[in-house]
Ligand binder design. Structure first.
Ligand SMILES: *[C@@H]1O[C@H](CO)[C@@H](O)[C@H](O)[C@H]1NC(C)=O
Ligand SMILES: *[C@@H]1O[C@H](CO)[C@@H](O)[C@H](O)[C@H]1NC(C)=O
Ligand SMILES: CC(=O)N[C@H]1CO[C@H](CO)[C@@H](O)[C@@H]1O
Length: 451
């Protein structure tokens, strides 16, 4: 029996493979007779496939395959979080090439289309060789994508100016974006690029060749960047926000977060979460806890680390059960969508920002690395839906100030602006909306592939 066959190459770190699988599930639902082979490391597949099965049958035509993660036997993680990424990249693209041969042999089906994380520029070469379409997914914001596409031009323009205040006013819409807001790797010199920076640079060169570049975003969120990217790519498809178009199945609210939120007044609660990768340094957590206690705002804190090591017993005794709630995990999309939440303290990862917009909650930003500073700048200076914590790190007084600005001051106007953005997001994903139409274009590409 012959069938259309799509191979998917996932980047197995951070919040990359999960969103890619979400998109593939929607494609699999739209094309129940298409076979999808999903290639990632055993660890990544183990996590995302166990989380994602909500029994709606969308997995019938998606099958995970494990590729070599490149870690030496008995590898013990070092303090350098980039190390496993670099070890993995050393194996690519050979591990994917071999895995594809294996998958074709096992299924008896030639691969007719490649879908990859945008990081994997080499998927473009693989697709060329196989003479099949290449669809690439960028899981972060349109702005950061543009920076990688424009890296050479930016390096050239900024070469002569060492001032961190210099703005990127040579790019339309970028006059408030400063040199200091740029992700690492954009303004290094070519011969001092790390393997990961090389990957991003190369990606910027290759993506214009893709049959389509898809993004977890919606057109109306950043129209100026949209136009620039549309001019660069053959097809630029905004198929998000994924929280609305392909929400991951909800996990039970085991810690009673939503019930606790029900007991509070509208827009009064501070929700704190730094995602699944980052834990701020202990002195910042301590300063933040002091600020919470001193300002007296109710808070819900989703904290990944060991609570005993980071919080004093006194703080726990005085706040938890009364004004505060500390949990190891919270259903973030639903929490941000709850009317009681009035401020979101975040590291400014792209998924978190989309979730905050979806819930209409102003942000207090403490970015750490990668595109987080750029996202923060967009929140603060372009969309005006949040503030950066003073000096970029948590101090007691800076945090109190930020909390008061959002919960008692400017937060109200920010919520109005967020209301408009939220409405645009919901319109984009509705029937006939731009994200729905862009998704249908993607389905069209998959439907046209050769058997
Ligand atoms: C560098 O950038 C800053 C901020 O945009 C500007 O004030 C300054 O004139 C620039 N210097 C040069 C040498 O271009
Ligand atoms: C957010 O809440 C509204 C009701 O207040 C609901 O209609 C909507 O589906 C919720 N969105 C999400 C993503 O849960
Ligand atoms: C499926 C898989 O992981 N295949 C190969 C990945 O690449 C290394 C060599 O770079 C091979 O040893 C694996 O077999």
């Amino acid at each position: 029996m012959s069938s259309r066959h799509v191979a998917v190459l996932a980047f197995p770190f951070g919040s990359h493979a999960g969103p890619l699988l979400s998109l593939v599930r929607n494609l699999a639902k739209a094309g129940p007779d298409v076979k999808f082979s999903f290639l990632s490391t055993a660890r990544s597949n183990g996590i995302i496939f166990s989380k994602a099965d909500d029994g709606d049958g969308s997995f019938r035509n998606i099958k995970p395959y494990d590729v070599n993660d490149g870690l030496p036997q008995g590898y013990v993680p070092s303090r350098n979080p980039v190390e496993p990424v670099e070890l993995f990249l050393k194996e690519t693209p050979e591990n994917f090439t071999r895995a594809l041969e294996m998958v074709e042999a096992e299924t008896g089906l030639k691969v007719g289309c490649l879908i990859s994380d945008a990081f994997f520029w080499f998927a473009g070469d693989m697709a060329d060789k196989m003479n099949v379409p290449w669809i690439s997914l960028w899981t972060a914001a349109p702005r950061s994508l543009l920076l990688h596409v424009e890296t050479d031009a930016i390096r050239q323009a900024l070469k002569t100016n060492r001032s961190g205040d210099q703005t990127l006013d040579f790019l339309p819409g970028f006059s408030v974006i400063r040199k200091v807001d740029l992700p690492e790797g954009v303004i290094v010199s070519e011969n001092s690029e790390s393997p990961f920076e090389k990957l991003l640079h190369k990606m910027g060169h290759k993506l214009p060749q893709a049959t389509a570049v898809a993004i977890n975003s919606f057109q109306q969120i950043d129209p100026e960047t949209l136009h620039l990217l549309k001019a660069r790519f053959k097809k630029f498809l905004n198929v998000g926000p994924f929280t609305l178009t392909c929400p991951s199945p909800s996990r039970p609210d085991n810690h009673g977060c939503l019930e606790w939120l029900n007991k509070h007044q509208p827009s009064t609660v501070v929700y704190i979460s730094f995602g699944t990768v980052i834990t701020p340094p202990p002195h910042e957590i301590e300063a933040f806890a002091e600020a919470l206690e001193a300002s007296g705002f109710p808070f819900l804190w989703s904290f990944r680390g060991s609570v005993e090591n980071f919080f004093s017993k006194g703080f726990m005794d005085r706040t938890c059960g009364t004004i505060g709630k500390l949990v190891p995990w919270a259903p973030q999309v639903q929490v941000l969508n709850h009317s009681s939440v009035g401020a979101f303290v975040t590291h400014c990862g792209w998924n978190s920002i989309l979730e905050s917009i979806g819930g209409g909650v102003p942000m207090i930003c403490r970015p750490f690395f990668g595109d987080q500073k750029l996202n923060m700048r967009m929140v603060e200076a372009v969309w005006k839906i949040g503030v950066q914590v003073e000096g970029g790190v948590f101090t007691k007084s800076g945090t109190i100030d930020a909390l008061q600005r959002i919960l008692l001051g400017e937060g109200k106007e920010m919520r109005e602006r967020l209301g408009v953005m939220k409405k645009l997001a919901y319109e984009a994903v509705s029937s006939g909306g731009t994200s729905t139409n862009d998704f249908n274009t993607l389905v069209g590409i998959v439907n046209q592939i050769k058997m």
